[in-house]
Design a protein around this ligand. Sequence first.
Ligand code: GTQ
Ligand code: FE2
Length: 356
Amino acid sequence: MTVTRVLDDDAQIRAELRERLGSDGLKIAQPDEPPLFTRTPESPMQPMHWKWADLHAYLEELGRVLDLKAGGDRRTLRLANPGLEYGTTPTFWASIQYINPGEVATAHRHSPDAFRFVMHGNGCSTTVEGEQYEMNEGDLVLTPNWMFHDHVHNGDEPMIWLDVLNISLSRKLENIFFDPYEAGVQPVSNQPQKSWREFGSGLMRPAGPAPKLERNPLLVYTKAQADAALTLARGLEPDPVDDVILEYQNPAGGGPALPSLSMKSQIIRPGFHGLMHRHSGSKAYYALKGSGTMLVNDQRFDWGKGDFITVPPYAKVQHINNGTEEGGLFRVDDTPIFRYLNAYFEETIPADGQTA
Ligand code: GTQ
Ligand code: FE2
C-alpha cells in the first residue's frame, strides 16, 4: 500500500545514494545502520565477577612460569571483559601485578594515568619521578601520566597489587605515548617522599600560594589515613545507595585523585539494603574485607574478600549485606570524565521499583 511503497522508494533512493556518496567520502543515514542515539547507554560490556581463589591460583602460577622480561616488563593478569575488544571497561584496564622478591620492574613513563592499590605483601617500593614510596597493604600510590616509575621488590614474599590505567580511553583518543627510562631504575631524590611530606596530612599544606588545581600534588594515600577517614564517616547518616563511602581526593581543590579516575573506599554494614542506582561510566570493585551481595542489572554476585566485580556503563547496582560482618570495598570509576564533559547522568530507583 501507499506507506510501504513510500518506504521502498526511500530505501531505494538511499541505496543509490550510498554508492555515489561513498565514492566521494560522504554518506547519509541508512535503514540497516544503528541510529545515532539510544535513549540510554547500551554497552556491550558485561557485568563480571572474579573470585579471589581463582585469581590467586593463576597469579601463583604466573609467578612461577613467567619471567619479568629484560627491559622491565610487568607480570600482570588483566581483567578482560568478554564483551569488549580491549579493556576491563571502555575507559580503563584493571590488572593484577605479581612481583617476586628480588625482581625489578624497570622505569618507564606513559601518557595514560595509572595507580596501584596494594593487595598483599610488603617490602616493595615504587619510585615516581625520584620520589620513593614503600608499598604496604591497603596503600594507594599514583603514577600520574608522563611521570617515570619503577618498582623494586626487596622483601621476601611475592607482592600483589591492583594496577589501573586509563589506557582504553587513551587508545580511543589515539594518544598513547611511551618512553623507556634508559638507566633501568631511577635515582631516588634527596627529598624521597616530598609529595607525602607536603600534602599527606590531608589537612595542612606548605604555607604560601595554593597548589595548582589541575595536577594532584600528592602521590600516595596510606591505609591508615583511609581507615581513619572511614571511621569518622561511620558517624554520618548512611548513604542510601552506598552506606559509607569516601573518595580519595586531590588535596588541591578536592577533585578526583586522577583527572579521569575516581578512587573510593566504602563500607557496607550488616543489615544494609541499598537502593538501586545507575550512573554514567563504568567501574570496578575490589573486595577488601567481609562479604556482601551486589546486584548488577539482572545478575547477582555474592562476593567475598579478594574478589573483583566490574560494572558496565549505566548498569544498575544494588548493595546488600545479609551477613554479620562489615564488608569493605575499594572502587575505581571513570565518572570524572563525564563530569568534565557536563554529561554525568544518574538515577536512583526507589525501593518500589518505580523510577524516581
Ligand atoms: O607497573 O608500570 O598493569 O606500565 C600495565 C602497564 C602496570 C606498571 C600495568 C604498566 C604497569
Ligand atoms: Fe607503567
